[in-house]
Design a protein around this ligand. Structure first.
Ligand code: BTN
Length: 262
């Protein structure tokens, strides 16, 4: 029987994968998350990667929100991770790994990348450069990472919300450079999965840490909100907020920071 990757017309990318697993590439997929699930079912090993030039149905973290990408200018991939016990806060750690890797890749951004809980990678004031989607099933986790690398223009409706590494750093990149960034993310991810001190390092780059935020429990339009000071991150990756007028933090495992001031 032919291997799935061969049947689907994927090719193997000759990049270094620190997980010692294959890195597949396909020009167009529905979503790399879907392909990663097929690879999981087929028995692909821990650390297998599927990258694509374009996703017809790229998914964001919030249900119904699409992840749009410009061919040749964005990086989109999913890493399949297999565990006997899933480590805590993998999505956040993948965000931390991506933040470090973006700085390794674009030194002009060194020390400037922020992480907005739970999955946004930002450049100040609050422009999104990358997003992380972590989906777990049984003992597998699929970590999807999308990065705006060399876009020269941001669609009008996203002008005050998103940017690209090129726009933020002033550097020029070609389409193959995306895979150099991917290598750096994989390297950092491998380290972050094993690191015990991820929380301190995450808090050092946490968007609005110590500042006033408005937080929606659940969807941004849920109407169920908390306003207070973002106190930090709990041991399981939960967001800690001290509501205005109170002294003890509340912890949240789902929701969205939808407005920040101060
Ligand atoms: C978010 O910011 O809401 C998460 C975005 C995650 C996008 C990546 S691109 C690779 C992988 N495939 C998908 O369909 N989504 C993730």
């Amino acid at each position: 029987m032919q291997a799935l990757w061969y049947t689907l017309g994927m090719r193997l990318l000759g990049i270094h994968n620190p997980f010692n697993a294959p890195v597949y590439y396909e020009e167009t997929v529905t979503s790399t998350m879907e392909v990663s699930r097929l690879l999981e079912r087929e028995g692909s090993p821990h650390g297998t990667v599927i990258a694509a030039d374009f996703q017809e149905e790229g998914r964001g973290r919030i249900r119904g929100r699409k992840w749009e990408m410009e061919k040749g200018r964005a990086l989109a991939f999913t890493v399949l991770l297999r565990f006997t016990a899933i480590p805590t806060a993998l999505g956040l750690r993948a965000g931390l790994a991506s933040a470090f890797a973006i700085e390794d890749f674009a030194p002009a951004l060194s020390g400037r990348i922020l992480i907005k809980w739970p999955n946004d990678i930002l450049i100040p004031p609050a422009l999104k450069l990358a997003g992380i989607l972590a989906e777990a099933q049984d003992n597998c986790v699929h970590i999807g990472i999308g990065v705006n690398v060399s876009q020269k223009q941001i669609p009008g409706f996203l002008l005050d919300k998103a940017s690209s590494i090129s726009l933020a750093s002033g550097a020029e990149y070609n389409s193959a450079d995306r895979f150099i960034l991917m290598e750096k993310i994989l390297f950092r991810l491998r380290c972050e999965i094993e690191a015990a001190d991820w929380r301190e390092r995450l808090e050092a780059r946490l968007y609005k840490k110590g500042g006033q935020i408005c937080f929606a429990k659940g969807a941004a339009d849920s109407g169920d909100t908390v306003t207070g000071v973002l106190a930090g991150i709990g041991p399981e990756g939960e967001l800690l907020i001290i509501p205005n007028g109170e002294t003890a933090p509340l912890s949240f495992t789902a929701g969205e920071i939808y407005q920040a001031s101060g």
